[in-house]
Design a protein around this ligand. Structure first.
Ligand code: COA
Length: 258
């Protein structure tokens, strides 16, 4: 079904693995479109409660956009490449189901941007993060200049963007670029553990939280207003009835995936 990714469903968790190990999982355009497609399809799949995005092998999550593919692009193609890439990242960020990046090695350029579009990032100890685009004569094009600021703050972000320095997993943890660092053998189990916990919660409330958090960063959108609307809307959901009834009857709630 896909040429560049492998998808696997286990315990209601969809793992999307970038499968270009010999190219350090470099993100050619087809790979990004396949990721977008898999995340989009997951939105209405009742079997899927959460998504893990990772790279094949133990060296790279993704070593950036595929340089050999865009080397001869002109201005028009470069602009389209960036706009299409933004759509992929936005699809991940706006996923109603939580997406965790299991960063198993290099996350450079587009790889770092891909990880930053996910809701949570867990890194293996060997992971390395950076935005080396200025070495190639371009700025980041898949949202890196914006999401890096959101995660680490302007001061550190601009230093990393201007120097093209790659940082270790522990430095990324220190700067809050990642949520946690674990030995590589614990990487996927840790991501599964987090998603299994989230999976016991109300899926509709999870989607609402993601939407409210995303609205914090949208220009001209009042995230507080979004919260009022999402909170109110929740009162009309089956999850609200189930969650409150379970609490009052001292039982565990059983939410249904929507
Ligand atoms: N695009 C296309 N191909 C890439 C790639 C990328 N972003 N990153 C790695 N590859 C390819 C290499 O060309 C090489 O292919 P080959 O075996 O056919 O020659 C293969 O992946 C292995 O990479 P290599 O550079 O030999 O591994 P390394 O361990 O010596 O170095 C890196 C690892 C990550 C430091 C190095 O590959 C690198 O700097 N990659 C580019 C990072 C980058 O600038 N990303 C931003 C792109 S916008």
């Amino acid at each position: 079904m896909y040429n560049n990714i492998i998808t696997e469903l286990e315990n209601n968790i969809l793992t999307i693995k970038i499968n270009r190990e010999s190219k350090l999982n470099a993100l050619n355009i087809e790979t990004l479109q396949e990721i977008k497609n898999a995340v989009s399809l997951a939105q209405d799949d009742k079997e899927i409660s959460g998504i893990i995005l990772t790279g094949s092998g133990s060296k790279a999550f993704a070593a950036g956009a595929d340089i050999s593919e865009f080397v001869n692009f002109d201005v028009k193609q470069g602009t389209k490449m960036s706009a299409d890439g933004h759509e992929v990242m936005n699809t991940i960020e706006q996923s109603r189901k939580p997406v965790i990046a299991a960063v198993n090695g290099f996350a450079l350029g587009g790889g770092c941007e891909l990880a930053m579009a996910c809701h949570i990032r867990i890194a293996s100890e060997n992971a390395k993060f950076g935005q080396p685009e200025v070495n190639l004569g371009v700025p980041p094009g898949y949202g890196g200049t914006q999401r890096l600021i959101q995660l680490v703050g302007k001061g550190k972000a601009i230093e990393l963007l201007l120097t093209a320095d790659a940082i270790s997993a522990n430095e990324a943890l220190e700067y809050r670029l990642v949520n946690d660092v674990v030995p590589i053998e614990d990487l996927l189990p840790r991501c599964f553990e987090i998603l299994k916990k989230i999976n016991t919660k109300s899926p509709s409330a999870i989607a609402k939280v993601i939407n409210c958090v995303n609205d914090f960063y949208k220009d001209g959108v009042d995230g507080f207003q979004t919260e009022i609307e999402e909170f109110g809307h929740a009162f009309g959901t089956a999850d609200f009835k189930e969650g409150t009834d379970a609490f009052l009857n001292k039982r565990k709630p059983e939410f249904k995936q929507s």
